[in-house]
Ligand binder design. Structure first.
Ligand SMILES: Cc1cc2nc3c(=O)[nH]c(=O)nc-3n(C[C@H](O)[C@H](O)[C@H](O)COP(=O)(O)OP(=O)(O)OC[C@H]3O[C@@H](n4cnc5c(N)ncnc54)[C@H](O)[C@@H]3O)c2cc1C
Length: 517
């Protein structure tokens, strides 16, 4: 090798992110016999969501025996709904158990990934240097980059400001006047956790949430001993939790009119704690339950009824020094503002950093809305797969089920590349992507997320639902079991490999599909 040629690292697969998605991908790669891979993580430890969200009260909304990997059951879950620290510890444990440490590259934020059309590989620029990979598995998370609204005058606020996903544990809230902005899943966990210690809590509520009772309890020593001694009981428990949620799906996707009785339970949950009719009116949603994520809490409403809490039924509109002004003109003084305002979901931040075959970024390609084939691959971005991509989210069950389905797809994708042999890449055909998304959007029309009369983070700027899967998790599992080569163009290097651009080659599958490359 000539001296001026730089030695650089090349891997078969680069996984980006080390939350459930990235770690799951790593386990699956090893199980498929692939060890030539790295996991690039911008932070200093694994855990993703469950590392970054350390706010008081942070916990899962799905029972732990379902919100965990099927291949790594945990008989020791301490509660039916585990807290953040237990889920984070579980992911550390998975990392050790499956020997993932040698693959992890911490403090390695991916800045840019560019498809090399000649060499058929990804060039990956991280803050620590560059590497190349045949395949990229992007698992940067659907809820990983906090979103703070652009509030006029926020710069003038003299107190403390932070987002729920970047909690400042050095800041003592005791006795302070705290403004909580937002009433989503994080806010309703934070409110009851901080209400007893703060001086005054003002909740800015743009839209009230439907909140169901949270059936949380400690898992007894006897149950845990049983799960340890008879592992089949853990599987049975998981199976029951899964089955109940699968049965609920039809109501969300096809018969939102059947959800009225669920609203009555939620109203009873509120009525038991909120006696003041004016406050009850403020907290009662005017849209169908399920349209926005149904929240679970048995402590949120009791906290709102406490004398040191005010609910402002309007979003934060402006900040004037230490005075917070709601959109309806209501004013409140605050020492600290906590934003529980969610994440960049439909404008997935990594998309800005991925440059495809035609030189456009994934964000540019998705300008009109995110679209992928079977939730994972995008036309013009060969050998690039997103874990929890477009329309893979769930309204009522565990995201780990969807992640594992996508990992089945990833495993088959890599098998297919091996079978094709040589230097090969798969690029989804635009028609296949369109067909898939047409089907998804047709099914979406009847769902509660589209018809329930709310605006939610499931919808993008144009009102299209590009986040939720409009079916059961079993259906998605079937749809992602195998890669159908007819849905892809097979790319191989052009004959004069060093100079020519790669070209699609006809395969038997192409012929079967009747599509020309
Ligand atoms: C507070 C909260 C509660 C939740 N509760 C539930 C629940 O009850 N049930 C449920 O099903 N789901 C829940 N979710 C959704 C949850 O995000 C998913 O279930 C799941 O954890 C997502 O895993 P992930 O690996 O895809 O993403 P994440 O866990 O977000 O991991 C993404 C990783 O990618 C890294 N990363 C991002 N960009 C880059 C980059 N450019 N370079 C390198 N690394 C990068 C991040 O640092 C992070 O470690 C919750 C989310 C939040 C925020």
């Amino acid at each position: 090798m000539a001296e001026h040629e730089q030695v650089h690292e090349h891997v078969r697969v680069a996984v980006v992110g080390s939350g459930f998605g990235g770690l799951g991908a790593a386990v699956r790669l090893r199980r498929e016999g692939i060890t030539d891979f790295v996991v690039l993580e911008r932070s200093g430890s694994v855990g993703g969501t469950w590392r970054d969200n350390s706010y008081p009260g942070c916990a899962c909304d799905v029972p732990s025996h379902l919100y965990s990997f099927s291949f790594a059951p945990n008989p020791e879950w301490p509660r039916t709904f585990s807290g953040q620290e237990h889920i984070r510890a579980y992911l550390e444990h998975v990392t050790d158990t499956f020997g993932l440490r040698p693959h992890l590259r911490f403090d390695s934020e991916v800045k840019r990934m560019t498809w090399d059309t000649e060499r058929l590989r990804w060039e990956i620029e991280t803050v620590r240097g560059t590497l190349t990979a045949d395949v990229v598995v992007s698992a940067t998370g659907p809820l990983s980059d906090p979103k703070v609204p652009d509030i006029p005058g926020l710069d003038s606020f003299p107190g403390k400001v932070f987002h729920s996903a970047r909690w400042d544990h050095d800041y003592d809230l005791t006795g302070k006047r705290v403004a909580m902005i937002g009433t989503g899943a994080s806010a309703i966990q934070i409110v009851p956790s901080i209400q007893p210690k703060v001086g005054r809590l003002t909740l800015f509520q743009r839209t009230p949430a439907w909140v169901m009772p949270r059936m949380d309890r400690a898992i007894s020593g006897v149950e845990r001993a049983l799960h340890r001694a008879v592992p089949a009981t853990t599987r049975l428990r998981r199976g029951l939790l899964w089955g109940i949620r699968e049965l609920q799906v039809q109501a969300f996707t096809k018969h939102p009119d059947e959800l009225g009785f669920v609203e009555r339970i939620a109203k009873r949950n509120m009525g038991a704690a909120i006696k003041d009719p004016a406050l009850r009116a403020k907290l009662t949603p005017d849209y169908r339950i399920g349209c926005k994520r149904i929240l679970l809490s048995s402590t949120y409403y009791p906290a709102l009824a406490r004398p040191n809490v005010d609910v402002v039924a309007s979003g934060l509109g402006e900040v004037r020094g230490s005075t917070l002004v709601a959109a309806d003109g209501t004013e409140a003084e605050a020492d600290a503002i906590i934003f529980g305002t969610g994440f960049h979901v439909t404008d997935m931040p990594i998309a800005e950093r991925v440059v495809g075959a035609d030189g456009r970024t994934l964000a540019e390609t998705w300008k009109g809305g995110m679209e992928a084939l079977r939730g994972g691959t995008a036309a013009g971005f060969p050998n690039f797969m997103t874990v929890i991509g477009p329309n893979t989210g769930l309204g009522n069950s565990s995201m780990i089920l969807m992640i594992e389905s996508q990992l089945n797809y990833m495993a088959d994708y890599l098998r297919q590349l091996n079978v094709l042999g040589g230097r090969t890449a798969l690029d989804p055909r635009p028609a296949a992507v369109r067909n898939w998304n047409h089907r998804v959007q047709e099914r979406m029309k009847r769902t509660v997320w589209n018809t329930g009369g709310c605006t939610s983070w499931y919808l993008d700027a144009s009102g299209r639902n590009t986040t939720v899967w409009p079916g059961t998790t079993a259906e998605f599992r079937r749809e992602t079991r195998r890669v159908d080569l007819a849905e892809y163009q097979v790319l191989r290097p052009a004959p004069a490999e060093s100079t020519a651009t790669a070209t699609p080659t006809a395969t038997a599958a192409d012929a079967d599909a009747g599509v020309s490359a």
